[in-house]
Design a protein around this ligand. Structure first.
Ligand code: C5P
Length: 246
């Protein structure tokens, strides 16, 4: 089935309480393609939050725990995630190919595993501070592409990357390999001092071939979140009409 504009939107439930998450699901439940459950709410509520989203909305569920540990632990953790009934779950790419393979084996057929290539609040400066070779600090995209290849080779369903790298990932690893992009900032919502560094607008992310756009604060902090989603959906639909077929 052809995806419509809203199907591209992933809204992160980055809230400290179930009550706040619920009130946003009530407003956005039919307006976005997926809800993302991250560390904050999962640590607070555990699997109950997954059941709550499933009961309240037809949207997909993305469990973003960004696993990163020894292979045996990642396998066992993803094996547990697989029983929670979520569509997508994340693992960091920054350890090893074997860790990524362990995540995919743990997930089995039940959950699509996404590799997190390089967080969008990283840039050349943070890579340099972290001791990365100059070639990666000068061009973080090189590191993202290396890690995306590891994720593909391990059998991941796709990667989390910034909109800046989505086109290269789609070209390099095929249209079925998902490029999921956070760090989305519509032109109307640019907030100075925000922690995200490698940002793109919804239109640019779609033009680059992104499959899913994680959009949090621009929606959450808008005076009218439903209206913010409507504007983003319109922007995505216009960009899809103009997108060169991949
Ligand atoms: O749009 P906003 O910056 O508020 O989105 C924040 C969300 O995006 C958080 O849930 C964060 O975990 C997620 N994120 C991600 N991967 C990144 C950067 C942010 O999943 N590389």
């Amino acid at each position: 089935m052809k995806k419509s504009g809203k199907d591209y939107i992933v809204f992160p439930l980055d809230f400290p309480s179930m009550a706040e998450a619920k009130s946003h699901i009530r407003v956005l439940g039919d307006r976005v393609g997926m809800f993302k459950i991250g560390l904050e709410l999962f640590i607070h509520q555990g699997p109950a939050v997954i059941r709550m989203v499933r009961d309240m909305s037809p949207a997909g569920i993305f469990l973003d725990l960004k696993l990163h540990d020894i292979c045996a632990t990642v396998f066992r953790a993803m094996d547990r995630v697989a029983d929670l009934g979520v569509d997508l779950a994340t693992v960091h790419c920054s350890s090893s190919l074997d860790m990524l393979k362990s995540a995919v084996q743990g997930g089995g057929e039940k959950v699509g595993v996404l590799g997190v290539t390089l967080l969008t609040d990283n840039d050349g400066k943070t890579l340099s501070q972290g001791g990365f070779q100059e070639q990666f600090a000068a061009e973080p995209k090189k590191l993202v592409m290396l890690r995306a290849k590891m994720a593909r080779d391990a059998g991941c369903k796709g990667v989390v990357c910034s909109g800046w790298e989505a086109a290269a990932i789609k070209a390099g690893f095929g249209r079925d390999f998902l490029a999921v992009t956070p760090g989305i900032r519509p032109a109307w919502s640019l907030t100075p001092g925000d922690d995200q560094k490698r940002i793109t607008t919804p239109a640019k992310a779609i033009a680059q071939g992104s499959d899913l756009l994680v959009i949090g604060r621009p929606i959450r902090d808008a005076d009218d979140p439903a209206e913010a989603v409507r504007k983003v959906t319109d922007e995505i639909e216009t960009a899809l009409e103009n997108r060169v077929p991949l």
